[in-house]
Design a protein around this ligand. Structure first.
Ligand SMILES: Nc1ncnc2c1ncn2[C@@H]1O[C@H](COP(=O)(O)OP(=O)(O)OP(=O)(O)O)[C@@H](O)[C@H]1O
Ligand SMILES: [Mg+2]
Length: 303
């Protein structure tokens, strides 16, 4: 059994589109499915750090690894939940844009900093929470990633924002990271009743096809309450609409991004660990993959 770590940056230069919420809840839902996950909080706002129940403490972020003061292993912290770890953010990272802007290795610095973790195979997924700008931190995060996942809101000018970010992806592919892929686009904070929402979703789907995840994350008050309790909504209120949709999204994400049970070519078809199949631990059944949220389902904001 060979573990291939996938590094996914969750990014959009636009602020407040649900990047951090998606990082926290995708990571939580994956960890609940026994995937080993490392969240790397690269936004000095440190919302992912706080949302996962950790505090901001100076000297504990990737900054000290980028400056060469600490090995990356020293900044990985466990959370309260199994399989869910984090490299937190704190105020030092706020200086990174200016401070590292002139470094010759500025584009590869995040990749180099995370290389030992990736090579160790300790994690299935490394998920990067990027700040809302097209600056050096986001660019070097994309340079460090196998894929970029873009959360967007289905609203006016959504396509313009996507054009900007796909332009950045192209430039990074042409320069520092030819293997960067558009992992996908996920609609967040959706109010399906709004006519404009339907039109925008259709336009984005027509343009990006199967790069758009089927799962849609509805606007849901429990999702917005969870960060203040330092607990992902998928753990805080796992039957709320928001949690259900993030869990469905994690299923879809895992199916599109298998990492763990990639069998060696010589493995017999019936052996445990056959490609794409998850061996079930004794006494524990894995539930059927939930269907995606139906378009006709009524979104209740308060459940
Ligand atoms: N599905 C949802 N339903 C209701 N509120 C949500 C949902 N998703 C996110 N929010 C809220 O919207 C706000 C912005 O979300 P979030 O912080 O995830 O966005 P972001 O893109 O990371 O922002 P920034 O660009 O500042 O980093 C937060 O207050 C969050 O709690
Ligand atoms: Mg954020």
């Amino acid at each position: 059994m060979q573990r291939k770590t996938k590094t996914i940056a969750i990014a959009n230069q636009k602020g407040g589109v649900g990047k951090t919420t998606t990082v926290v809840n995708l990571a939580a839902a994956l960890s609940a499915r026994k995937r080993a996950v490392l969240v790397v909080d690269l936004d000095p706002q440190a919302h992912a750090t706080l949302g996962l129940g950790l505090e901001k403490r100076q000297g504990t972020s990737l900054y000290r690894v980028l400056t060469g003061e600490k090995p990356v292993e020293d900044v990985i912290e466990p959370t309260k939940w199994n399989n869910l770890n984090v490299i937190p953010s704190e105020v030092d990272l706020a200086g990174a844009e200016l401070e590292f802007g002139a470094r010759e290795d500025r584009l590869s610095m995040v990749r180099d900093a995370l290389a030992p973790v990736k090579e160790s195979g300790a994690f299935d997924y490394i998920i990067l929470d990027c700040p809302p700008s097209l600056g050096i931190v986001m660019t070097s995060s994309l340079a460090a990633s196998d894929g970029i996942l873009i959360p967007i809101q289905a609203e006016f000018l959504a396509m313009d924002g996507l054009a900007l970010i796909t332009g950045s992806i192209k430039r990074i592919q042409e320069s520092v990271n030819p293997s960067l892929e558009l992992n996908g686009i996920i609609f967040t904070m959706v109010n399906r009743q709004a006519r404009l929402t339907q039109d925008v979703m259709e336009e984005v789907r027509n343009h990006f096809g199967d790069k758009v995840y089927e799962t849609i994350i509805p606007r849901n008050v429990r999702v917005s309450e969870a960060p203040s309790m330092g607990t992902p909504v998928v753990f805080l209120d796992s039957s709320s609409k928001g949690a259900e949709s993030y869990k469905a999204f994690a299923w879809e994400f895992m199916a599109k991004n298998p990492t763990r049970f990639d069998a060696p070519a010589s493995a017999p078809a019936s052996a445990p660990g056959t490609a794409g199949q998850e061996p079930q631990p004794a006494g524990q059944s894995v539930p059927e993959e939930p269907r995606n949220q139906s378009e006709t389902e009524n979104d209740k904001e308060n459940t």
